[in-house]
Design a protein around this ligand. Structure first.
Ligand SMILES: *[C@@H]1O[C@H](CO)[C@@H](O)[C@H](O)[C@H]1NC(C)=O
Ligand SMILES: *[C@@H]1O[C@H](CO)[C@@H](O)[C@H](O)[C@H]1NC(C)=O
Ligand SMILES: *[C@@H]1O[C@H](CO)[C@@H](O)[C@H](O)[C@H]1NC(C)=O
Length: 757
């Protein structure tokens, strides 16, 4: 039976032990239908010679939370080092009354007595007659013929064992940390290239590229990671530093810090030792130190995350202030290179060191810049406050960070945290997330412990906590909570606080506020779930995050992150509130919206349109940064128009509204164009704007708006162009008369303008 499976693999060392006991144990170790493991009995299924076992394990810092997985069980490995190599349902955790069963229908199921079925192998139609945990650590389900119909080796978590292969489109995902599913994954692409990725868009390591289809990655028992073709011929290999040595156990794992490592069990030191790692310099793992963290090697040569930046006292303010009340200045960091993480692209300008600094200081959107000179002098300009970096004495790059010259007036938000004024404390606050990442190379007892650490924030009381834990899950789930209608009623206090059309405020048990939006759609449940999981996988700083959904009793409800300041529409409607939107804030809002739409159009795996962009759908956070909501609903409302050009037009409308303060774009568009073409653009500016406007920026805003509002859709710019023009990195010609429904032919406009005195 075993011989039928080509992937079966045993090390030479084991072979001698193995042959003697083979038949005897095979019979004993068959797992019949109906077999059950439970948390309470602390039972496990063990492989024939006992090298691996499957059973429940406790999440050490989450009392009463368990996972079920395969771990090493060999007597030569002490209990504390019996690493988990596979977890059912990746990061699902269950309570202490749970069980794992090979059901009578031939399906592996993980059942939580309170929550029901949490995971299944989905094999009830495959005529499974038994299961077997093999001595290579593969849990297989067999049919009557003894053929494998499902195996844990095909559904890897973060580890690959010798004999296991990672074929095309398969992914390993690092365990999560800090309550978010890991951004790091190892992916095998269709041309047979192994890729380490951060989110889906940044590749920070790739294997050699044999450019062949149907390759698989395998770890051999003698310590070689190979890409092999269908005849198992190696096309690319890397070697562990102990390859060919007699090592009993090896594994390849994508660690929490985003590095891929090969480990060997060292019998003498009784420890796992890293014998190869993909990214030699941990600081080169993308975003290894997270936002504002800088990766450095300490004196003992280990990577460490530091936060060297001077930060303003108000933790809510943008420390790399684009909106300084007073003048801004640049702080210089030698031997430091920075890169943007949201979005992961810098703009490059070819210029000198001095001009790089001066450019950033002058440009209102520049938050930081890095100057490098590898033969060509380059200024890498960052336009968002979200960046990360690395540093080292041999690095010739110089970075500049824009800061406000004077301390900001103390903000009410900040008053309680005045202790944070000590820079050390403040850095501490920012850098916690990165410290975990920096602890690389430490072979952690159970990989999943990281997930436990990550989810601790949610460790509160009742059922929704469980779902919040699910929200920390990886690959297959997109990290969305699924709530019942009863739970929705609970968290909204029976829909007590309405904050918009069909939108309510609610609070999760962990005190996190959320906005609940009920949709009117007749879309099929299956399609709805597919749509929300797609929307839930889209993350951008200027998009409101989708946290979960409810799809029950014919209701379709979305659970969004709650954004404090309400919508742009609320602000523009109210004379008092609109005064708070200074020119700079308005420009920033427009830029945020443009970036968000640009991301939807080009940053996601497939094109996503917004479809219904309007001031009601743009909310402002406490820093008046725009976050676009209700995006991608075109997927849910198939009837809605989902075209790029509609979004561009809507952005144009929003620009005009923010400039003029008039919510009726139809009425104001014609007038605005007329005034603009006659050289009096300031006449259309909202007179509620405190502190006036910047003439040059006004010109950019109006030109962009008019181009977006062209009635000939083909003449409208792309969102990428809109972002660049608003940022001031691209210039744009004067537009012809815009406004689809308006009756203002070009000639007339020009005649009128020329007849002006
Ligand atoms: C099982 O979990 C519940 C709640 O999580 C807890 O109150 C109870 O003490 C636990 N029982 C045991 C035997 O640990
Ligand atoms: C696989 O990745 C490589 C490198 O990024 C790329 O050149 C190739 O086109 C990819 N193959 C496919 C099928 O996407
Ligand atoms: C790759 O493998 C799949 C199934 O394993 C097969 O259908 C396909 O024809 C193979 N392609 C090539 C180019 O060998």
């Amino acid at each position: 039976m075993l011989e039928q499976d080509k992937s079966f693999h045993i090390s030479p060392f084991l072979l001698s032990v193995f042959t003697g006991f083979f038949l005897f144990h095979l019979v004993l170790s068959k797992i019949p239908l109906g077999s059950k493991l439970s948390v309470e009995e602390n039972s496990s299924w063990v492989s024939p010679i006992g090298d691996f076992a499957i059973g429940f394990f406790n999440h050490s810092d989450q009392p009463n939370q368990y996972g079920v997985g395969i771990r090493f069980n060999s007597k030569s490995i002490p209990v504390g080092k019996q690493t988990v190599v596979w977890v059912a349902g990746a990061e699902i955790t269950v309570g202490n009354k749970s069980y794992f069963q090979l059901s009578q229908s031939g399906e592996l199921v993980l059942v939580d007595s309170l929550k029901g079925v949490m995971w299944t192998s989905k094999t009830s139609r495959s005529a499974v007659v038994s299961a077997l945990l093999r001595d290579d650590g593969n849990l297989v389900l067999l049919d009557e013929m003894g053929s494998v119909v499902w195996q844990s080796f095909d559904n890897p978590s973060d580890t690959i064992l010798p004999g296991q292969s990672l074929s095309i489109y398969k992914t390993l995902r690092a365990a999560s940390k800090n309550s978010v599913s890991s951004y790091y994954s190892l992916y095998m692409n269709a041309s047979g290239q192994l890729q380490l990725r951060w989110e889906s868009d940044v590749m920070y390591w790739t294997s050699g590229n044999p450019s062949m289809s149907n390759l698989s990655a395998v770890l051999t028992s003698d310590g070689i990671l190979q890409l092999v073709d269908q005849t198992l011929k190696p096309m690319w290999s890397v070697f562990g530093d102990d390859h060919n040595d007699a090592v009993n156990f090896r594994l390849l794992r994508l660690d929490v810090d985003g590095n891929l490592r090969m480990y060997s069990w060292e019998a003498v030191s009784k420890s796992w030792r890293s014998v190869w790692q993909a990214v030699e310099n941990q600081c080169n793992v993308f975003a290894t130190c997270g936002e504002h963290g800088v990766c450095v090697f300490n004196s003992s040569g280990s990577p460490e995350c530091r936060c060297p930046f001077k930060i303003t006292s108000d933790p809510n303010s943008k420390c790399f202030a684009q909106d300084c009340k007073s003048a801004s200045s640049m702080v210089t960091y030698e031997h430091t290179s920075l890169y943007e993480i949201y979005p992961p692209t810098d703009s490059i300008i070819l210029t000198s060191l001095q001009q790089c600094e001066a450019f950033c200081l002058r440009n209102s959107f520049c938050t930081a810049a890095t100057f490098t000179n590898d033969g060509t002098a380059k200024c890498l300009v960052k336009t968002t406050p979200y960046f990360s970096g690395y540093s080292g004495p041999s690095l010739s790059s110089v970075s500049f960070i824009k800061t406000c010259s004077d301390p900001l007036p103390v903000d009410p938000h900040a008053s309680r945290s005045s202790s944070a004024q000590s820079p050390a404390k403040h850095s501490h606050r920012l850098c916690i997330p990165c410290l975990v990442g920096a602890a690389s190379g430490t072979f952690v007892l159970f990989a999943v412990i990281h997930l436990a650490i990550g989810c601790y924030i949610y460790r509160r009381r009742n059922m929704i906590w469980k779902k919040a834990a699910l929200a920390c899950m990886t690959s297959n789930s997109k990290g969305l909570m699924m709530l019942s209608f009863t739970e929705i009623k609970e968290i909204t206090g029976n829909f007590k606080h309405q904050i918009g059309p069909k939108t309510y405020r609610g609070v999760l048990p962990n005190h996190q506020p959320v906005a609940i939006k009920e949709l009117e759609t007749t879309i099929e449940e299956r399609k709805f779930r597919a749509a929300v999981s797609k929307i839930g996988s889209i993350h951008h700083r200027n998009l409101v995050k989708l946290n979960g959904y409810c799809c029950e009793l014919g209701k379709k409800i979305l659970v969004y992150e709650y954004v404090k300041n309400g919508s742009v529409h609320n602000y523009m409607e109210d004379d008092e509130l609109s005064k708070r939107l200074t020119w700079r804030r308005r420009l920033n809002i427009c830029l945020g919206v443009a970036r968000a739409i640009c991301y939807l159009h080009t940053g996601c795996r497939e094109f996503v349109s917004h479809g219904t962009l309007k001031c009601e759908n743009v909310v402002l956070d406490k820093n008046y940064e725009a976050k676009v909501s209700e995006f991608g609903l075109g997927i849910v409302h198939p009837e809605a128009s989902c075209v790029r050009e509609k979004d561009v037009e809507d952005v144009g409308k929003m620009l005009l509204i923010l400039v003029t303060g008039c919510l009726q774009v139809g009425e104001v568009c014609e007038l605005a164009y007329k005034e603009w073409i006659q050289g009096r653009p300031e006449r259309v500016v909202d007179n509620r704007i405190d502190g006036g406007v910047d003439r040059e920026e006004l010109e950019r805003m109006l030109r962009t708006a008019f181009w977006c509002l062209q009635s000939d859709e083909r003449m409208r710019p792309s969102m990428g162009e809109v972002v660049k023009v608003l940022e001031g990195t691209l210039t744009v010609d004067p537009p012809p008369p815009p406004c689809a429904s308006q009756s203002l032919p070009a000639k007339e406009a020009l005649l009128e303008s020329s007849s002006e005195p």
